[in-house]
Structures are given as C-alpha cells and as structure tokens.
Design a protein around this ligand. Structure first.
Ligand code: ZN
Ligand code: FE
Length: 259
C-alpha cells in the first residue's frame, strides 16, 4: 500500500510524497524545493528517499533535485527531451519504470513545455496520474512552449484514462480555475457544486487535490471543448466562429491567460 501526501512548497506548489511503509522507502514528484522533503525525512527517521520523479524542467519542479540526490543518493527520473539536473534515467513515450514496487507508464504530454511527461500507474481499483503542469484541477497549464493543438491532444489523451484515476497535479490553482470554469459554463451545476465545495476547503486552508478524471470531465472547461455551450461561449468571446475543438481550446486558453 502506497500512501501519498502533499508537501507544500513556495506559494502554491505541492511536492507529492509517495510512501511505502513496509520498506520505509519514499519517492517525491517534482521537488522544486529540497527543504520540505529534507524536513519530512528528518521527522521520519529510518526512511529513505529512493526516487525523484520529474515531469518537466521548470525551476519550481526541479529546484531541489540536485540537493536531494546529493543528500539521499536517490535515483532521478525525468523527461528525455528536457534538461533535468542530475537525471539518471531519461524517459519518453511508452517507457515503464518501477517506483516503490509500482509500475508507472510514461506519456509524453507536450504543451506547457515541449518535453513534459506524465507518470501513470494502472490499477484496477485506483489508478494514479502525476501530470505536473499539464492537467490541473478544473484547468490546464499555460502554453509556454507548445501549441494549442499539442496541449489539446495531450489533455484529450489524459481524458481517456479511467474515470476513477486520481489526478495529482502540482499546483493549488483549483479555486481560481473554477472561477474561470463558471464564467465559461455558468449553467453547469457540477461546476457550481465543485466551486462551493473547494471554496469551503480553501477557507479552512485544506488542499483541493487530488482530483479524478471523472470530476475533470464534468467540470474542467479545457476538457469540455466539444460541448455546444462551451463552443458558443468561446465563439462569443472570440467574436467569431471556432470551427474545431482545437480552436475552441485555443480561445479558452487565451481568455484564461487574461482572466
Ligand atoms: Zn511548469
Ligand atoms: Fe509549475
């Protein structure tokens, strides 16, 4: 049994810590800062950080990698197409890696960055997805390097994963994403319900993650670009027809950038 906790970092990052109590081994995803992980290890004597998983090259995801590897001798896994500090294993589409006894499948999901990867563990009960800054709860990453077409394809692919898949993204952006989702779909009751629920969580200072693919399909406007009402809102916003889902996506993404 793997336990997964969020170690907060910076203003809104989460470093996901996977723990195997039996072996007392743990792994961390996207450690932009080493300090929260080192503090956890100090508070949990006898535990070893065996693996560091990286989704993409941005500083808030790799800033702590070298220091953690130095301190713990961990193996560093990261995307083959990007410069990742201290990387031991370069991963690309279709690769499979074992982490804490779990097999993860690698998807290339370009858009936020060109070499961005996601880690997926297929499991009959509760599949796991670590998707970095690609799919967010009720949103998606900004297009720093990729095209709308690439991001739309990456998100569409993640959307086909089992509905029960637990989605572990890297930022606590859910509430602001839901504000935008409500603007896109003012009549979507699932969005309104989720907004109310996440508002209560955040008022108490609680985390809004992980999400699930089912919840994203119901409320994430970037996964809902083929809905008639979403297209109509995008057309209104752009002042012209968006004839394809990719164009609807591009209009939403540009709108969100200024929202
Ligand atoms: Zn990023
Ligand atoms: Fe980030």
């Amino acid at each position: 049994m793997i336990k997964i906790d969020a170690l907060p970092a910076f203003s809104d990052n989460y470093l996901w810590l996977l723990q195997d109590a039996e072996s007392r081994c743990c792994a961390v995803v996207d450690p932009g800062d080493a300090a929260p992980v080192l503090a956890w290890l100090e508070a949990h004597p006898g535990w070893r950080l065996t693996d560091i998983l990286v989704t993409h090259h941005h500083a808030d995801h790799v800033g702590g990698v070298a220091r953690l590897k130095d301190a713990c001798g961990s193996r560093v896994l990261g995307p083959a197409q990007e410069r990742i500090p201290a990387r031991d294993q370069a991963l690309g589409e279709g690769d499979r890696v074992q982490v804490l006894g779990l097999e993860f499948q690698i998807f290339e999901v370009p858009g936020h960055t060109l070499g961005h990867i996601a880690y997926y563990h297929e499991d009959a009960g509760q599949p796991l997805l670590f998707c970095g800054d690609t799919l967010f709860a009720a949103g998606c990453g900004r297009l720093f390097e990729g095209t709308p077409e690439q991001m739309h394809r990456s998100l569409s692919r993640l959307a086909t994963l089992p509905a029960a898949t637990q989605v572990y993204c890297t930022h606590e952006y859910t509430l602001s994403n839901l504000r935008f989702a409500k603007a896109v779909e003012p009549a979507n009751p699932n969005t309104a319900e989720r907004f109310a629920r996440v508002s209560r969580l955040r008022e108490r200072g609680d985390i809004s993650l992980p999400s699930t693919i089912a919840l994203e399909l119901a409320t994430n406007p970037f996964l809902r670009v083929t809905e008639t009402s979403v297209k109509q809102m995008a057309d209104e916003r752009a002042g012209r027809e968006n004839p394809t889902p990719v164009e609807v996506f591009a209009t939403l993404r540009a709108w969100k950038d200024q929202f």
